[in-house]
Design a protein around this ligand. Structure first.
Ligand code: CUA
Length: 357
């Protein structure tokens, strides 16, 4: 009796979990509502494979039910032995050929889609973005455009964009489920994938390969805007100068502090950052650290003061000079000024908002 209760209880907890967890996630973080070419192709394959599996399931269940009802042991037949069919050549051939046919039906479109998605024939003419996975953030370098950025990657809607992907440390996996399938980023060899968004919008991305304690916190976004807006964004980003003077006195002091305390790892403008994320359009981002949404200045201050509390294992904690015990830290006032400086880094009218209008 006790065993039964335990089983029922586990079943109850499992079903409750599946109901609760199915509510997790965000809009635009699902492979079942594709908004890009790669995601559409993948969903077609998922549905096709599912239909074939459903067909097999139904056929097996129908035969099973018929056998169960028709061939029950009847009264008075206790000693009856049915016809033995072991070693039947016909049966062996049938149940070898049927699975082969089913596998071919799945394999042909899958292999075709694989070649289609790996086609790089127009790579030279398309926009190429070099993507680098890092513990625990993403770097984007627009080839030939002199633009470096992190976390938010802007692309023109309806155009093929090639992503050339590597990692600076361990293996990560670039995944924006509404736009395309997953692609690993490796430290030693480059993987290429193209993406194409059919509609303007903000598409959530996740790292899909366990890469350390903050693996689940290295979120990023594809922001698909109209081609005109994209050109505008490119020219705005190209015109950023790292030493432009901020408007307010507090932000100006913040800029000096940022240069002393943060610029050895981060970068503003097109110079590649050595270790940390490029912050050129920081003020336009909808998330800080790739994970803190709808943030206020207080959140940003908290993050700068104690990044480890938000993103365990991040490199800022171990490398930022002001976070090391042996160095004098930053006062609350100084951190607040750095936050003022960062929040006014808004180089373009084209922001994530633009993708929603
Ligand atoms: Cu990067 Cu998981």
């Amino acid at each position: 009796m006790k065993g039964w209760m335990g089983k029922i209880r586990s079943l109850f907890v499992l079903s409750l979990l599946s109901v609760i967890l199915s509510g997790c996630g965000k809009e635009n973080l699902t492979a079942f509502a594709p908004k890009g070419y790669g995601a559409e192709v993948s969903l077609d394959l998922i549905i096709w494979s599912f239909l074939i599996m459903l067909f097999v399931f139904i056929v097996v269940m129908v035969i099973f039910t018929i056998v169960l009802i028709r061939f029950r042991r009847k009264k008075g037949q206790e000693d009856f032995i049915p016809q033995q069919t072991e070693g039947s050549k016909a049966l062996e051939i049938i149940w070898t050929i049927i699975p082969i046919i089913l596998l071919v039906l799945i394999a042909v479109p899958t292999v075709a889609a694989t070649f289609d998605l790996a086609d790089e024939s127009d790579k030279g003419d398309a926009l190429n973005i070099n993507v680098t996975g890092n513990q625990f953030w993403w770097h984007f370098n627009y080839e030939g455009h002199d633009i470096q950025t992190s976390t938010d990657v802007y692309i023109p809607v309806g155009e093929k964009v090639y992503l050339n992907m590597m990692s600076s440390d361990v293996i990560h996996s670039f995944w924006v489920p509404t736009i395309s399938g997953k692609m690993d980023t490796n430290p030693e060899n480059e993987n290429t994938m193209y993406i194409e968004a059919h509609e303007e919008g903000i598409y959530e991305g996740k790292c899909a390969e366990y890469c350390g304690p903050s693996h689940s916190l290295m979120d990023f976004k594809i922001i698909a805007v109209s081609p005109e807006e994209f050109d505008q964004w490119v020219s705005d980003m190209q015109n950023v100068t790292a030493d432009a003077t901020p408007e307010t006195a507090s932000a100006q002091e913040g800029q000096d502090l940022f240069e002393q305390s943060c610029l050895s790892c981060h970068a503003i403008g097109s110079s590649p950052a050595a270790v940390g994320p490029n912050l050129t359009n920081f003020g336009d981002r909808t998330e800080i650290a790739g994970i803190i949404e709808d943030y206020t200045k207080e959140d940003l201050v908290d993050w700068i003061k104690a990044p480890e509390e938000f993103k365990p294992g991040n490199k800022m904690t171990e490398t930022a000079p002001y976070l090391q015990e042996e160095n004098p830290g930053l006062t609350d006032e100084e951190v607040s000024k750095i936050a003022d400086y960062l929040l006014q880094l808004k180089p373009s009218e084209v922001t994530p908002e633009s993708a929603l209008n």
